[in-house]
Design a protein around this ligand. Sequence first.
Ligand code: ZN
Length: 300
Amino acid sequence: MNRNQFLRTIDAINVWKRGGQRAPHKPLLLLLALGRVLSGRDRLASYSRDIEQKLEELLQHFGPPRKALHPALPFGHLRTDGLWEIPGSDGLSVTSSGDLYVGELRRENIVGGFPEPIYDMLRNSPELVREAGQRLLDGHFPESLHDDIREAVGIPRTWEIHDSPVQPRDPAFRREVLREYERRCAVCEFDVRLGDELIGIEAAHIKWHAAGGPDTVINGLALCWLHHKAFDRGALGLTATGDGFKVLVSSEVHGLSQPLHWFLDFHDKPLRPPRNRRLDPKAEFVDWHQRQVFRKPPLA
Ligand SMILES: [Zn+2]
């Protein structure tokens, strides 16, 4: 597999199955493995010692809210994409759905990693590691989470990425969303400007662009940087009221400092609607966010 084939395989990882349900398992395992390459660690990682706990944490922080996280799934399934190898795996038992048994992975201290030719190619090209990492981030997560994920897996931020396969953003999206929401955060009304320039107001997607959410006002919200990040991380959610939407704060939000009020004060409060009420957020996109991103349950 050469460089371009490798990048095409990365792009082709099929994780948006079953009606837009998020399954970031493979991307997160690959990002973890790319971080290992950059830090010079061995090609093969022990499932129980090196992968299980870290991948579980990544899934907990950046995956959809789920009771069971299943870090063993991508460890086995990435092999079918040609991006993973488990030496001696022929002797392992599999379930009827083709999954490896977690108990056996732990007990037998099973190791896995990139196949040797891919590992060597990555070792010789940190730029390729960053490019692959960027494609995984662009393909599966909103931009507001990229730095947090990079930091968690140990991939430094890069300043030059080319040939990204992700469709370019529609510049009209930002303009139209900000106009409809009168350049204010739809949660807290933050509207600070420096001269004519907005500071920290962003056009957020309700259904992530990376999950196929469209660049249209009915899938957008103007949010301040803090509430944008909180919304993408699932600390904030929305629910329909019959006459629009109200804001929900996750019961997982904690803190002792005064700024915590920037969350708690808005719980159960109406979301500021767009000027043209026909451009209210579309229920379908709000439902997606509620199911795939918001950390339930909300505060009581
Ligand atoms: Zn705000």
